[in-house]
Design a protein around this ligand. Structure first.
Ligand code: C2E
Ligand code: MG
Ligand code: MG
Ligand code: MG
Length: 277
């Protein structure tokens, strides 16, 4: 019986594997077309400062009708499509910032950087040139790199982050707590903000361990003279605890999910009207 099961098991796995490979091939084909046509959308998720209850910026998050970014971004990184996607994201964000400025609305937009582009020689120069071509002040652009990207090559990463930061761009360290970076690295990293990963926020209100961890992380980040943003905040209980722990700002469904520019702007009108005393 064991043998038969093994055979069936093998058959099952190989079918599943070939199905997965087929889906991946199809996605790569469609993604190649999407890149050529720029058929993506850029969504914006508000970042709220807790002390003032005000918008301090938005994170730009790419959307594609066929798959979520967690699926197609890694695929694009493996198949040489990430550079074109990243350039589209940067230019779309710059155009949006510029359109908002024309309407009298100044809003910092943070862009996620892929490890692949981050470690390309002179990527920062190319990016600075593009941003210059939109005549934007650098403080309206932020860059997010994940802790995983940072620790891949810590010395190069610190050098690149330093150059970006010297040019006036704000750097955030994304998904903090998931990448095993040590505080001795963080000491030398000219990032302005550390973003605590959603996985630590999820059980904040139900687990003493997670609550202690988050509260400790916030104190340590503050002792390095950086700001803390909590990612993926969904409930008012989590929000209350984060306030209590002196967390600087938050992002999450408790305020808003990522929305297209028009819906975000409408959300902001309501949010600001409600925030008035
Ligand atoms: P990330 O940079 O850590 O972005 C945060 C993710 O958490 C986003 O997922 C956001 O929609 C989601 N999120 C925010 N608040 C909540 C919440 O309260 N609850 C829940 N359940 N989720 C929340 P999204 O947009 O699916 O993006 C996933 C990841 O894909 C991002 O993680 C980032 O690593 C990558 N990504 C997204 N857009 C881009 C892009 O333009 N370029 C690159 N290179 N990567 C991107
Ligand atoms: Mg991010
Ligand atoms: Mg994150
Ligand atoms: Mg993430």
């Amino acid at each position: 019986a064991a043998k038969a099961n093994g055979r069936n098991g093998y058959q099952f796995y190989s079918d599943e594997l070939s199905q997965e490979i087929r889906r991946e091939r199809q996605l790569i084909e469609r993604l190649t077309v999407a890149v050529a046509d720029s058929s993506f959308e850029l969504f914006y998720q508000p970042q709220i400062e807790l002390s003032s209850k005000r918008l301090i910026g938005v994170e730009a998050l790419i959307r594609w009708s066929e798959a979520p970014p967690s699926e197609f971004i890694p695929l694009a990184e493996k198949n040489g499509l990430i550079n074109q996607i990243s350039e589209w994201v940067l230019k779309t964000a710059c155009q949006q910032i510029s359109d908002w400025r024309d309407q009298g609305f100044e809003c910092k937009v943070s862009i996620n950087l892929s490890a692949v582009q981050f470690y390309q020689a002179e990527f920062d120069l190319m990016y600075a040139d593009i941003i210059d071509s939109y005549n934007l002040p650098p403080d309206l652009i932020g860059f997010e790199i994940t802790e995983g990207t940072l620790i891949r090559n810590i010395d190069d990463a610190i050098a690149t982050v330093s150059r970006l930061s010297d040019r006036g761009f704000e750097i955030s360290l994304d998904d903090f707590g998931t990448g095993y970076s040590s505080f001795s690295y963080l000491k030398n990293l000219p990032a302005k903000t550390i973003k605590i990963d959603k996985s630590f926020i999820d059980d904040l209100a139900t687990s003493d361990l997670d609550a202690n961890l988050v509260s400790g992380m916030i104190s340590m980040v503050h002792s390095l003279d950086m700001k803390v943003l909590a990612e993926g905040v969904e409930t008012t209980e989590q929000l209350q605890l984060l306030k209590q722990y002196q967390c600087d700002s938050v992002q999450g469904f408790v305020f808003s999910e990522a929305k297209n520019a028009k819906d975000f702007f409408e959300w902001l009108q309501v949010f600001e009207a409600e925030a008035k005393p």
